[in-house]
Design a protein around this ligand. Structure first.
Ligand code: IPM
Ligand code: MG
Length: 369
């Protein structure tokens, strides 16, 4: 299997965690005899520093030529005073738009080994396994008109969706629900917003094509509460762009750390893979960052861009094992727990690599008999 992967490590902890994710992909390629190539490209603050643009043309062109784009994170405090279109984050939004993926898949799982890490009680988080499908190319992030009129002291953004934009992302959510526990929760604010009324009407109409999926609607405010009260109740959760941004960070609480969450954006010309966490400039370069979000993102690359489901699952299993064995980066360590072993970013990467190698060896041994 051949795969050309563009690597956009970006800012802050992006390069450190991406390095570990790439190592894992290299290991999978080696074990399976695959031909994966990795092309490092500039994006975000580092791209502004080196080229003046958060998304240089060379990056965009090479990303569009690749089979998958793996990102780290973008953003640095030194750009905080710049207008939105000049900031590192603009590079991220531009590449999302250019690659065209509109369905951002964000799984949030309660790992038994981390059940003590969540501020929620273990009996609340136990068994939670949610897949957010966040619409990624519409809503307030991209809606026109938008402006901050400094003189008039007035600013506005536009939340806009067409029926077609809702249909395409909702179909992906229904199909994913069919492969899982067959429940879809669609999130909106239909008691106030016309955009949400269109959203709800469209999703309700589509449900007829998926009779095996149970559809429910939740208002975003009460969804924020239900998610913390009974996370086990949710299977696939479909949201518009901003609601999904907010709820997917909230869902990090179920896992115990934002550093654990991966994401994949599908449906466009080239799939885009990025951990949910940001660039965390305060801990960058110190070996403290948790690479598991990025490594689990690498698993999603294999699942959604290479059809290597077995290898994707093997990476996820390796992560579960390393956690069960007590290894922890700082964000998921709990002080005073003797059964835990504090590790650096690279040590965590190596441990996953080791666990993965063992599980692939076992698989090959089973095939040999
Ligand atoms: C995310 C991030 C981005 C977003 C930012 C960095 C632009 O928060 O991927 O969730 O809002 O989409
Ligand atoms: Mg976010």
């Amino acid at each position: 299997m051949k795969l050309k992967i563009a690597i956009l490590a970006g800012d802050g902890i992006g390069p450190e965690v991406t390095h570990e994710a790439v190592n894992i992909l290299k290991a999978v390629a080696e074990f399976g005899g695959h031909d994966f190539t990795f092309t490092p490209l500039l994006v975000g603050g580092i791209a502004i520093d080196k080229t003046g643009s958060p998304l240089p043309t060379a990056t965009l062109e090479a990303a569009l030529e690749s089979d998958a784009v793996l990102m780290g994170a973008v953003g640095d405090n030194k750009f905080n005073s710049l207008p939105p279109d000049k900031r590192p984050e603009a590079g991220l939004l531009q590449i999302r738009a250019a690659l065209g993926g509109y369905a951002n898949l964000r799984p949030s799982i309660a790992y038994p080994a981390l059940s003590g890490n969540s501020p929620l009680r273990p009996e609340v988080t136990d068994g939670a396994d949610i897949l957010f499908v966040r619409e990624l190319l519409g809503g307030l992030y991209f809606g026109q008109p938008r402006a901050w009129d400094k003189e008039a002291q007035r600013a506005h953004n536009t939340m806009v969706y067409t029926r077609a934009e809702v249909v395409r992302v909702a179909r992906i959510a229904f199909e994913l629900a069919q492969k899982r526990r067959k429940k879809l929760t669609s999130v909106d604010k239909a008691n106030v917003l016309e955009v949400s009324q269109l959203w709800r009407a469209t999703v309700t109409e589509l449900a007829k094509d998926y009779p095996d999926v149970t559809l429910e609607h939740q208002l975003v405010d009460s969804m924020a509460m239900h998610l913390m009260n009974i996370p086990r109740n949710f299977d696939v959760v479909l949201t518009e762009n901003l609601f999904g941004d907010i709820l997917s960070d909230e869902a990090g609480v179920i896992t115990g750390s934002l550093g654990m969450l991966p994401s994949a954006t599908i449906g466009g010309k080239v799939n885009l893979y990025e951990p949910v966490h940001g660039s965390a400039p305060d801990i960058a370069g110190q070996g403290k960052a948790n690479p598991l979000g990025a490594i689990l993102t690498a698993a999603m690359v294999l699942r959604h861009s290479a059809n290597l489901e077995q290898d994707a699952a093997a990476i996820e299993k390796a992560v579960t094992k390393v956690l069960a064995d007590g290894h922890r980066t700082a964000d998921i360590a709990r002080g005073g727990n003797a059964s835990q072993h504090l590790v650096s970013t690279t040590e965590m990467g190596k441990l996953v690599h080791q666990a993965l190698a063992e599980s692939i060896d076992q698989r090959q041994a089973m095939h040999a008999v």
